[in-house]
Design a protein. Structure first.
Length: 406
């Protein structure tokens, strides 16, 4: 089968007839909360707001879940991306602990919510293993382990023998964390949208928001088809879009790449590590590798600054080959394995690798959930919970660590 470039398995595998369709927005409305965007973050927030009896409207400019959500690795990690030591040195030890604790809780709560709602998204527990090569990488990772351990985080160290035994990988040591999950992020997103609609959230597709006008008392969300008056606008558009130009300086447009291999024959599978553990390494940029479908490998990495539009398609082919080669250097046993899908994943990288979640003083009535920096979809659940607290006026002190003023 030839490689499918530019599309992701998550999108490709849901037949059009099984994708729930939502109407276009029409008319003038009022709502307690208006959510701009229709990815996993927006749909999780819509469900939580609707379940809290807030009248909720969600406006997606295109189709639900087809942005970053469908391009992510489908990895609900307990790990926010940047190293604990990095977050601690930028923001202090207490803030770092709060970020990591929020992420672990976000992964567990996200998985619990999807299970409770019986969303069919192939949710499956995975440990996270971060492996280091001998030398500088090992030194760095041991320090990271020491800092996390001293910070009270739930983390274990795997010795060289343990990593080789479990992951079948040449590495001199690794961090191991529990509380992660693999999932199909697109199905998770659609499932949450359907659950939100069941709770009477009004969900609209093909309804782009072009502006939000605000006074001291309220905001008017101007969308294709009409305007909605509200006290709270949640902006969950992945990164800062043209409608929020003033915020774009906080994000660097980056592009990661993803590859899903064709199925591995049984002999090859035995040479790859434990299917219940997802692997990250300290390569620059890092690789994130996990099993998918029980017999394939999924790898995300090869991040670079966003290429110009005219070279985009060529970059996908080139980076797919690069990722396959790098996968082969990690697992020589996969020699001959071909990519089934290769895709690009644009995202807005923040300076410290953390999302911005919460209010911004220049945008009254707005709450934002933007940015990120690796592969995880945990931020969607962290953000949705935090935003609901903000809407209800019951923030927790720990929420500050994701603020625009951190
Ligand atoms: C390479 C990569 C790295 C990532 N890194 C991290 C990370 O480190 N941490 C983390 O938590 N998450 C990260 N993510 C994101 C993670 O995938 C998301 O948390 C999750 O998928 C949810 O995405 P989202 O809903 O925030 O954005 P998206 O899925 O992109 O959804 C945004 C939606 O908004 C819509 N939209 C945009 N403008 C408008 C408008 N004007 N009107 C109406 N709708 C509009 C878009 O069409 C889109 O559907 C990353 C994703 C990728 C691809």
């Amino acid at each position: 089968m030839p490689t499918r470039y530019g599309t992701t398995p998550w999108l490709h595998r849901v037949p059009a007839s099984r994708v729930p369709a939502f109407p276009r927005f029409r008319g003038a409305h009022t709502a307690d909360v208006v959510i701009v965007g229709g990815g996993l973050t927006a749909c999780a927030a819509a469900y939580m707001c609707a379940a809290a009896d807030l009248t909720t409207v969600l406006l997606e400019r295109d189709r639900l879940g087809q942005g970053q959500t469908a391009r992510s690795a489908g990895w609900l990690t307990p790990d926010p991306g940047p190293a604990f030591r990095e977050v601690a040195s930028r923001h202090g030890l207490r803030a770092a602990r709060r970020v990591f604790e929020a992420w672990r809780r976000g992964a567990l709560e996200g998985a619990a919510l999807l299970r409770r709602l019986r969303v069919q998204c192939h949710l499956d527990p995975r440990d996270t293993v971060v492996a280091a090569a001998r030398g500088a990488q090992e030194k760095l990772l041991r320090r990271e382990y020491g800092a996390r351990h001293a910070g009270g985080l739930d983390v274990a160290w795997l010795t060289e023998r343990q990593v080789q035994g479990r992951m079948r990988l040449e590495a001199s040591g690794a961090l191991k964390m529990a509380d992660g999950f693999a999932l199909d992020p697109y199905r998770a997103c659609l499932g949450l949208a359907v659950a939100a609609a069941r709770r009477e959230a009004a969900v609209f597709e093909r309804s782009r928001v072009s502006a939000v006008r605000f006074t001291r008392r309220h905001a008017d969300v101007v969308a294709e088809g009409g305007t909605i008056r509200t006290r709270r606008v949640i902006v969950a558009t992945g990164s800062a879009t043209a409608e929020f130009k003033a915020l774009q300086r906080h994000f660097t447009p980056r592009e990661a790449y993803g590859v899903l291999t064709e199925p591995m024959p049984a002999g090859m599978r035995r040479q790859i590590g434990d299917p219940r553990a997802a692997l990250a390494d300290l390569h620059v940029p890092p690789h994130h590798v996990r099993w998918a479908d029980g017999d394939r490998l999924l790898v995300i990495g090869a991040d670079q600054n966003e290429p110009p539009e005219r070279t985009r398609a060529a970059a996908v082919v080139q980076r797919t080959n690069e990722l396959m080669y790098e996968l082969l250097t990690l697992y020589p046993g996969i020699y001959g394995l071909r990519p089934a899908y290769g895709w690009d994943a644009p995202y807005g990288a923040t300076a410290d690798g953390l999302m911005y979640i919460g209010a911004h003083r220049n945008f009254p009535h707005h709450l934002f959930a933007l940015g990120g920096g690796a592969v995880s979809v945990t931020g969607a659940f962290v953000a949705a919970r935090l935003l609901l607290r903000a809407v209800q006026g019951t923030p927790e002190p720990a929420d500050e660590v994701f603020s625009w003023t951190r």
